[in-house]
Design a binder for this molecule. Structure first.
Ligand code: DX5
Ligand code: ZN
Length: 217
C-alpha cells in the first residue's frame, strides 16, 4: 500500500500581517508539515524572512516545521533554526561545496536532513550521498519566488530520482516545491513524490483548508 502524500503549505504565500491567524488555520487543517522559505538575497534574488519570523511561527505551529534554506553558507544558521524547532532542514546542493558535512551537521543536531536541488541540477549528482538524505526537495521552479509556473520536466526528474532511491533502498522522501496545484499533484504522486509543497495555490484559494485536504488526494 502506498503511504499517504504529505502536504506542506508554504508560508511564503501567507498574509504576513496575519501570520498567527494563518498558522492557526494550518494547525486545524490536513497539512502535514509547514514549509518555511528562508531567502538571503545572495543565493536567490529575493529576501524573505529569517530567525525572528521563524521563532514567531514556531510559537504557534503545532505541525513539523520544514525549513528550506535558500542561503549561502547554511551551516552558519542551521543550529539556530533547529534550536527554534525545525524538524526538517533542507540546504541547497548548489550552495554546499561540502554537502556531506552539511547533512551530518543537520542530523547530529537531531533534525531530518534535506537537500534541495535547482531545476538544472541532475538528480544523479545525489547518488553517492542518497543514503544520508532524508528528504530531497526537487525544485519545480527556480527558487526565489512563489507563484511561478510549474516546470513540466519535473515528472521525469521525479521518476529518475525514485529509481535511484529504489536501487539503493533508502528511505529518502521526494518533496516537490514550486507551482504545485490540483492538476499536477496527482501526476507528481503517480511519478513517485511523497511530499507536496504548495504556496499560492493554497493561500489564493477561497478555502485554503479545503484546498489542502483536496491536494492530499
Ligand atoms: C520558491 C519556494 C517555494 C514557494 C512555493 O523559492 O521555495 O516554497 O513558496 O510557492 P508556490 O507554490 O506559489 O510556487
Ligand atoms: Zn520552498
Amino acid at each position: 500500500m502506498q503511504t499517504p502524500t504529505l502536504i506542506a503549505p508554504s508560508l511564503l504565500a501567507a498574509d504576513f500581517a496575519h501570520l498567527g491567524r494563518d498558522v492557526e488555520m494550518l494547525n486545524q487543517s490536513a497539512a502535514d508539515w509547514l514549509h518555511i522559505d528562508v531567502m538571503d538575497g545572495v543565493f536567490v534574488p529575493n529576501i524573505s524572512f529569517g530567525l525572528p519570523v521563524m521563532q514567531a511561527i514556531a510559537k504557534v505551529a503545532q505541525k513539523p516545521l520544514d525549513v528550506h534554506l535558500m542561503i549561502v553558507e547554511p551551516e552558519k544558521y542551521v543550529p539556530a533554526f533547529i534550536e527554534l524547532g525545525a524538524q526538517v532542514v533542507s540546504v541547497h546542493y548548489e550552495a554546499c561545496p561540502h554537502l556531506h558535512r552539511n547533512l551530518q551537521q543537520i542530523k547530529a543536531l537531531g533534525a531530518k536532513a534535506g537537500v534541495a536541488i535547482n531545476p538544472h541540477t541532475s538528480v544523479e549528482l545525489l547518488e553517492d550521498v542518497l543514503s544520508d538524505i532524508d528528504v530531497v526537495c526537487l525544485m519545480s521552479v527556480n527558487p526565489g519566488f512563489g507563484g511561478q509556473k510549474f516546470i513540466e520536466r519535473t515528472y521525469e526528474r521525479v521518476r529518475k530520482l525514485k529509481a535511484l532511491i529504489n536501487k539503493h533502498q533508502t528511505q529518502t522522501l521526494i518533496e516537490i516545491d514550486g507551482g504545485v496545484n490540483a492538476h499536477n499533484a496527482p501526476l507528481l504522486v503517480q511519478a513517485g513524490a511523497d511530499v507536496l509543497v504548495a504556496g499560492s495555490f493554497v493561500f489564493s484559494s477561497a478555502n485554503p483548508s479545503q484546498t489542502i485536504a483536496a491536494l492530499k488526494g
